[in-house]
Design a protein around this ligand. Structure first.
Ligand SMILES: [Zn+2]
Length: 193
């Protein structure tokens, strides 16, 4: 089976505003009964998370509502590399020229010469909070967090809302959460441990 997660990531929240934005989203989720306010040992990525509330099913499609979540919601604050776990990244898309750079071939084998600049930048960003990768197509130096990823495989950010072992939340639910994030760009990172 494995453990599944889905994370709504705020790509634009600065380190100093992430906690306040997280608070407003959690307040709304608690008011709607989707999660409970009091945190317990119910998530895999952090010591404590918010367990599902009485109306958790409002976040998922009707046909998925018989599959009760076995775990809760973890809130990630601070510089975090969000990624799709066991899956594989396929491509990065330049936000300046929209060119797609393939990072894995059709057999999901990593293309080393394309991937290495990203791999190095991820380490640098994690350590320092600043890293750029030049676009192979337009040559512009693009900040790592600005790159887009196929299937939202990666997100480099300071705020993520991480649902563990929930049925897939609906696009409508994600839109309502994202509306509380000051119009920031968001990513929806999913995967499995
Ligand atoms: Zn480009």
């Amino acid at each position: 089976m494995g453990d599944h997660f889905q994370t709504i990531v705020d790509r634009d929240a600065g380190a100093d505003e992430a906690a306040g934005l997280a608070r407003s989203v959690i307040d709304w989720l608690v008011a709607e009964g989707i999660v409970l306010a009091e945190r317990t040992d119910c998530v895999l990525s952090q010591p404590l998370g918010h367990p599902p509330g009485p109306n958790w099913s409002h976040a998922v499609a009707e046909e998925d509502a018989r599959w009760e979540p076995s775990d809760g919601l973890a809130v990630h604050l601070g510089r975090t590399v969000f990624h799709g776990g066991q899956g594989c990244f396929e491509a990065a898309i330049c936000p300046r020229c929209s060119t797609t750079t393939r990072l894995a071939d059709d057999d999901w084998k990593v293309i080393d010469e394309a991937w290495t600049p990203f791999s190095e930048a991820i380490g640098t960003w994690y350590d320092t909070g600043v890293a750029h990768v030049p676009c192979p197509a337009c040559s512009r130096e693009v900040p790592l967090p600005d790159w887009n990823w196929s299937d939202d495989y990666f997100a480099f950010a300071h705020l993520g809302l991480d649902f563990w072992n929930w049925p897939e939340v609906t696009p409508e639910f994600r839109t309502r959460v994202c509306a509380l994030l000051d119009g920031h760009r968001t990513a929806y990172v999913r995967g499995k441990l």
